[in-house]
Design a protein around this ligand. Structure first.
Ligand code: PLP
Length: 376
């Protein structure tokens, strides 16, 4: 039994020793040239991550992704349509209601894809909406709704003025996102998932047109325009999570450089950029986990037949075994994996194959899982 099990839950995930060392560096003031340089250094990586072009701004805010959901909804008018297919897509609706928005929901059961066609119909019929929300990688079920599909169905014409707000929490850093091409007005994520950093920092890209048209946010802290403007000036309006900013700087540089990816997956596509290698590694770990399910008796990928699964998380339905016993056994073997979410707690497990996990460690994990399944 290892002293501390490796973290393979659906987030937070393992943080590399080099990044932990960044976090331990002596503190600096946030009104310093050093801090300004750190914030400025983030933009190239953030732009690559979000696929931000000339129509989008990128920014960081010392708040988790849920805070950014509120920031996004404060930047749009009162009528919001939420596409719900699990607990995190439902959270957007809950945040909207908490803000007093008029929230309508298009809901499909856990394990199905987001019903974008139904949302398109609703957007096209009757009174217009100010915003539509979608979750790309539904962490509660492992179901994936690709940004390309979101953008192709919820086009600006189909939305009739509604802003497109996308939760990219378990997508960012695991797979490509292109807010420019897919005409996404605001995409948001935190740091504790596929970027393999501690939690506590929010990242987002927002369209300039949305920022210009945003109504009063009625918030000092969660005001998209203020956060974007102060990010551009490299002068955060409040004391930011300085260690996390420095950790993000180090991580973005390490990924772009390509050396980290070469180390994590020496067999990965060598001609590709660091980002492409990272996305390829996540896609291959996701495919490997699905293959494991297909080859293992009593195990199947959770969800509707043929539904797409996340590059970062796979939920597996386990038949005829005690899930709590299986999870305890895996912890003894040195791998902490997640239980199913909510009502799936005793029927499913979730594996967070994301961040800086090497495919070789996933092989080790699946080997232990196969052995535990035989014994449990
Ligand atoms: C898809 C998704 N959205 C939103 C959140 C909320 O993020 P946070 O807890 O960092 O606010 C999570 C957290 O797991 C998530 O997986």
């Amino acid at each position: 039994m290892s002293a501390r099990p490796e973290l393979w839950i659906p987030g937070p995930t393992e943080v590399r020793a080099e990044i932990l060392a960044e976090l331990a560096r002596p503190m600096i003031g946030h009104r310093t040239a050093e801090m300004e340089a750190t914030i400025a250094s983030l933009d190239a990586g953030l732009r690559a991550l979000f696929g931000a072009g000339e129509h989008h701004e990128v920014a960081v805010h010392s708040v988790t992704a849920t805070g950014l959901m509120e920031l996004a909804l404060r930047a749009v008018g009162p009528r919001v349509l939420c596409v719900v297919n699990g607990s995190f897509s439902r959270r957007f609706a809950e945040v909207g209601r908490a803000l007093g928005k008029q929230v309508e929901v298009v809901e499909t059961p856990l394990g199905t894809g987001a019903d974008l066609e139904a949302a398109r119909e609703l957007l096209g019929a009757g009174a217009p909406f100010d915003a539509v929300t979608v979750c790309a990688s539904e962490t509660s079920s492992g179901v994936f709704t690709a940004p390309s599909e979101i953008g192709a169905i919820l086009t600006p014409e189909a939305r009739r003025g509604a802003r497109l707000l996308v939760d990219a929490v378990t997508l960012l850093g695991a797979g490509p996102l292109d807010v420019e091409r897919h005409r996404i007005d605001l995409a948001l994520a935190g740091t504790q998932k596929a970027l393999a950093l501690p939690p506590g920092l929010g990242l987002f890209a927002a369209s300039r047109s949305m920022l210009e048209a945003a109504p009063s946010s009625e918030s000092y802290f969660l005001d998209a325009r203020r956060i974007v403007e102060t990010h551009r000036a490299r002068k955060p309006p409040m004391t930011p999570t300085i260690p996390l900013l420095r950790a993000l700087e180090a991580q973005l540089a390490a990924i772009a450089d390509g050396e980290l990816e070469a180390r994590l997956d020496p067999g990965g596509p060598s001609a590709a950029t660091g980002w492409e290698r990272r996305f390829a590694r996540h896609a291959s770990m996701s495919a490997r986990t699905r293959r494991f399910a297909a080859e293992t008796e009593g195990v199947r990928v959770f969800g509707a037949e043929g539904v797409a699964t996340s590059p970062a998380i796979t939920a597996l339905e386990i038949e005829g075994r005690s899930v709590p016993e299986l999870l305890a056994g895996m912890t003894e073997d040195g791998f902490r994996i997640g239980a199913g979410y909510g009502e799936l707690k005793t029927s499913c497990i979730r594996i967070g194959h994301m961040g800086d996990h090497p495919p070789a460690r996933l092989e080790a994990l699946l080997g232990c899982l196969a052995a535990r399944l035989r014994r449990t």
